[in-house]
Write a new protein. Sequence first.
Length: 201
Amino acid sequence: MTDTFRLLCVDDEPGLARLVATYLERDDDLGCDTAVETDPREALRRVERESFDCVVSDYDMPGLTGVELLSAAREVEPELPFLLFSATGPDEIAAEMVRAGVSDYVSKHGGADGYTALLRRVKRAEAGESGRFDAGFEDGRLRDVALDGVCTVSRTGPSSSSAKSTASCTGTTPRSSRASRGSGSTPTPRSNTSARTSSRP
C-alpha cells in the first residue's frame, strides 16, 4: 500500500464522478489522491494494473453494475474497501451487496449530508475500519438504512449511527495500520436527487 491514500471514483456521469473526487480531495484530514473513471470496465482494468486503497462507485452503470465491478475487483484485490454511492435504493440491491461483500452504502439522495456521510465512510476505510454491508429484514422488507445513508460498523461489532433508523451490520477486519485522523470542515456540493436507469447487454 502506498503512503498516499489512493481512491478510485467510478460513475458514468462524468460531472458527478469529478465532483465526488474533488469533494474528497478537498478534505485536508483525508489527504487522498483520487482517480476518476466513467466506464466501469476501464475502472476494473485500472484496479488490475494499479494500486488503490479504496473504490467509491455508483451502482447503475452501463456495462457493469457497481456490484459486478466489485466482484471482479475483489478477484484481483480481495480486501479492497468498496463503497457504493448510489441513487438506487438499498432495498433493491441489498441481497447483491451482501453476497458481493460491499463495504458500505451511501445514498445520493442525502444531499449535502450524503456527501458528509461518504467522506466519513472513506475515512473509516482509510483508518482500516471498513467492514461489510449486511442487511436485516423484517416482514419481508429491508430494515431502514441509517439516516446518514450507511450501515455502521466498528472493530467491536455493529452500532447505530442514528436514533431514528438503523441497519444491521457485521464486524470488521482491519486492512491498514493507519491511525484515524480528525475531521475537518467540509464544503457543500450540489446533490444528485434523481435515480437513473440504463440498458445493459
